[in-house]
Write a protein that binds this ligand. Structure first.
Ligand code: COA
Length: 375
């Protein structure tokens, strides 16, 4: 059954999913029926991760058990951290993460068990492990520092900050990172999630799907956009340079990172929430420089092309204000999207059929083979 070719698979329905829904007209995103705006402001990363994986919000006991399992996952095997010490110092944290997850797969106690129960255990373990691997991978490889042991009395978002800095996190920073991780957690059949579903549809394993997803997320048209957006903001440098800079970039047919979206047509439902988080950080720091540059760029992009910022744009300057190293922006996205990837891989396996689309052939017509001696 052949259907029409759609470049970039735009508009192609490739799965039936009950995890999240994008209402394009109203620019509303829901996870399992709950508005992500409300979740980002009022819930913890752990509660929302439970919801995305299991379909319902946890009660107190369920949440306590879930948090304990994530905390266990954060205790990454020492052998994995030891292996990281041989990585080149210049390695990008997304490459460190991709390689680190491959190492974690070798140490997983459920590595030979592909049952649904084992997959859920692996998913929860991966959330904890990646939450530790992102900050500690950066410490070990890039900074040449020893890893910081996680603290189970601190939230998952707070632990990421704690392991990065070795300091107990500031409450506003913890709240903002918690909210941003919730906003990043899940987004339908985006490129990395699709990649993860393709991998497990062959009956490969959750780790392999996660590694493929990390590879897909790294690109600047997807998750890599938050780092690229910060480079853009730094390049623009002052609000009054925004107009000329953006006009030149658009005239040169360059993509302005952090703008546009395949699904949304009017605005990205998540960007407004993230901007509000960012404004609270500006207020706390008494520093509105990056907000003002971002506003000037947004205005130009809207006037010139009717393009709106996506989540990566306000995340970029907010993370910058919080003092996070730029190469960690996409790994932070990965640490959160691990939840969405896992939920999708588990959903895929619950009603699996191998994902194997087809292509239109435009190569040479059949021809005779010419032996090497005659070429
Ligand atoms: N900067 C400049 N122009 C953009 C743009 C951007 N960020 N996003 C889209 N456009 C323009 C395209 O050039 C194209 O214009 P044209 O019709 O005049 O040729 C039109 O808008 C459609 O864009 P297209 O790239 O075909 O849309 P897509 O659905 O294939 O791609 C994205 C979606 C997200 C990959 C794209 O908007 C993009 O590259 N954005 C920047 C990267 C980014 O922020 N990614 C994170 C997404 S959450």
């Amino acid at each position: 059954m052949a259907s029409e070719y759609s470049p970039g698979l735009q508009g192609v329905v490739a799965a039936v999913s009950g995890i999240s829904d994008i209402d394009v007209e109203r620019s509303v995103l829901t996870y399992r029926g709950y508005d992500v705006h409300v979740l980002a402001e009022q819930a913890s990363f752990e509660e929302v991760a439970f919801l995305v994986l299991n379909g319902e919000l946890p009660n107190r006991d369920q949440l306590a058990n879930f948090c304990a399992a994530i905390a266990e996952g954060r205790c990454v095997p020492a052998a994995v951290y030891d292996a990281l010490r041989s990585f080149p110092k210049e390695a990008h944290p997304m490459d460190i993460l991709r390689a680190g997850v491959s190492l974690l797969a070798l140490h997983d106690p459920d590595r030979t068990d592909h049952s649904a129960e084992a997959n859920m255990r692996k998913a929860i373990r991966l959330i904890g492990q990646i939450g530790a691997l992102v900050p500690n991978g950066y410490r070990i490889v890039v900074q040449g520092e020893p890893p910081v042991q996680p603290d189970s009395s601190i939230s998952h978002a707070g632990n990421i900050l704690y392991m990065l800095t070795g300091q107990r996190p500031d409450p506003l920073a913890e709240h903002v990172i918690n909210g941003s991780l919730i906003l990043y957690m899940e987004h339908g059949l985006n490129a990395s999630t699709f990649a993860s579903r393709v991998v497990v549809s062959t009956l490969s394993d959750l780790y392999s799907g996660t590694i493929a997803a990390i590879g897909a997320l790294k690109g600047p048209l997807h998750g890599g956009a938050n780092e690229a957006a910060m480079e853009l903001l730094l390049d623009v440098g002052t609000p009054d340079r925004a107009r000329e800079y953006i006009r030149e970039a658009l005239a040169a047919k360059k993509k302005v990172m952090g703008f546009g979206h395949r699904e949304y047509k009017h605005s990205d439902s998540r960007a407004g929430v993230m901007k509000e988080f960012g404004k609270r950080v500006c207020e706390q720091k008494g520093d509105w420089k990056w907000f003002e540059i971002a506003e000037a760029i947004e205005q130009e992009m809207w006037e010139a092309k009717k393009l709106f910022p996506n989540l990566d744009f306000p995340s970029a300057w907010t993370y910058y204000l919080l003092g996070l190293p730029i190469p960690l922006y996409t790994p932070l996205f990965a640490a959160s999207r691990t939840v969405g990837w896992s939920a999708h891989m588990i959903e895929q396996l619950s009603a699996n059929r191998i994902i194997r689309p087809t292509s239109l052939y435009n190569g040479p017509a059949p021809r005779e083979f010419v032996p090497l001696s005659d070429r």
